[in-house]
Design a protein around this ligand. Structure first.
Ligand SMILES: [Zn+2]
Length: 441
């Protein structure tokens, strides 16, 4: 192994520019997910060619062509899949070894919020050891490392007994998971999988779940010129925001006995408030009036307010449990509040419930990853609980593919100036190559 490790390191160092170039190129080809649609096509076409050139057996397919996809109970309704192909490259082994799936999502969140200061959203430029752009960190950089880990072994002529499957799926952001689902229904499976979501080089054998609600509040619009009772939904919203902050604080004081050991040091579950807005608070501009000159405020209470909130869970909390806990808390807090005497908040489910999942701490995949880290002595092997949700639960819980999360370091995922660390991409490639050799030989 030591001899192979040396060959891997020399090869990766010699191909470092290629790894960085491909990451930059993929960032420069936008693949934003804007539900219900997504714009992954150009990036997937590019990747298809890259995989073909590397000698993979490539399957390029549109999600809705997969028999049984839309009929699956796991299918999330409401998205459209025109021009959204998955790309799966298989590197067949010689037989008799364990297979490994390397799975990434090619879609990114939109380039917003603006402004970007250090760089622009699709520059792919490198400054001070950081490669900038939407998707660089989440997760095009990690995908390039996983692919180059395999490409390295192929170029070095290192033969593997098990198959290696490199998969690039669409529609993971916004809780889609439908891309990953389509590839599973198409039949791609393995003895284990790794997903290179951003992890800052730490290994996550466990991740959180959660649920996204839109909370709708109704008031009485206008102003009280004749003593009519006005309920301003903005006042209701102020109450709701405070209640959500209290909910977050209070539930974190009782983390529960079933919490995964890797979350014991940081068991907190977050309540993310993403957007608040008013309904019926604006009017259309008069003809000929410029949008900038338009004084777009109605002089009275709006008719409604809304808020988007995502509530995290640990694995083991069912959707029903969460719903009861969450809506029960809010409703009990406003029970005697006169602001809500005529209308109660309405809870609208936005996407599927995302489940948490884990693999056992003594799973052989983790042993393989640990060995790879020890072999590349410059990087310590650390395991933690993922501070986020992702589509890994589909693999772990529904398709029997034990999956760990391992990706590069960087910052600003879903924010301006997203970047990935160049050195991490190089080291991660070396680590992926080692894992593949150990697992598939
Ligand atoms: Zn991601």
């Amino acid at each position: 192994m030591e001899e192979i490790a040396k060959k891997i390191d020399d090869w990766v160092d010699a191909h470092a520019d290629e790894i960085i170039d491909l990451t930059g190129r993929l960032v420069q080809i936008p693949s934003e997910n804007k539900p219900p649609v997504g714009f992954e096509l150009a990036c997937q076409n590019y990747l298809r060619k890259v995989l073909e050139d590397a000698g993979a057996r490539v399957d390029y397919f549109f999600l809705e062509e997969v028999p049984g996809f839309k009929e699956s109970p796991l299918y999330l309704q409401g998205r459209t899949y025109k021009d959204r192909p998955n790309v799966v490259g298989t590197f067949p082994g010689t037989g008799g070894g364990k297979s490994l799936l390397l799975i990434g999502h090619i879609d990114t969140v939109p380039m917003e919020p603006m402004p970007w200061i250090e760089s622009s959203p699709f520059s792919g430029e490198v400054k001070n050891g950081k490669l900038y752009g939407r998707g660089a960190y989440d997760m095009k950089g990690g995908m390039v490392s996983m692919f180059y880990g395999m490409k390295c072994l192929r170029d070095l002529g290192i033969s593997l007994r098990g198959d290696v499957i490199v998969e690039s799926d669409v529609d993971e952001e916004y809780g889609g998971s439908n891309g990953t689902l389509a590839s599973r229904i198409r039949g791609y499976t393995a003895d284990a999988a790794i997903v290179p979501e951003p992890t800052n080089m730490v290994v996550y054998p466990v991740h959180k779940g959660g649920k996204w609600w839109k909370i709708n509040l109704k008031g009485t619009p206008g102003r009280s010129f004749s003593q009519e009772e006005i309920v301003n939904p903005i006042h209701q919203m102020a109450e709701i925001v405070q209640i959500l902050r209290d909910f977050e604080k209070e539930r974190n004081t009782r983390p529960g006995p079933d919490i995964h050991p890797l979350y014991r040091d940081n068991p907190n579950l977050l309540v993310h408030i993403w957007q608040v807005g008013c309904e019926g608070a604006t009017f259309s501009p008069a003809p000929g009036v410029d949008e900038k000159e338009h004084l777009n405020v109605l002089t009275g209470a709006p008719s409604g307010c809304y808020l988007h909130v995502f509530v995290e869970t640990h694995e083991g909390t069912s959707e029903e449990d969460l719903e009861k806990e969450f809506t029960g808390y809010i409703l009990s807090r406003i029970e005697k509040n006169p602001l809500f005497k005529h209308s109660k908040p309405e809870f609208e489910k936005k996407i599927r419930y995302l489940e948490g999942s884990h693999i056992p701490m003594d799973h052989p995949l983790l042993k393989s990853i640990e060995k790879a880290y020890h072999s590349l002595s410059s990087r310590p092997f650390t395991v933690q609980g993922a501070p986020y949700q992702c589509d890994v639960y589909l693999l772990n819980r529904y398709y029997g593919v034990p999956t760990a999360i391992l990706g590069p370091g960087g910052a600003n995922a879903h924010a301006p100036d997203e970047y990935v660390l160049i050195q991490d991409l190089i080291d991660l490639t070396k680590i992926f190559a080692r894992i593949i050799v150990d697992w598939c030989s």
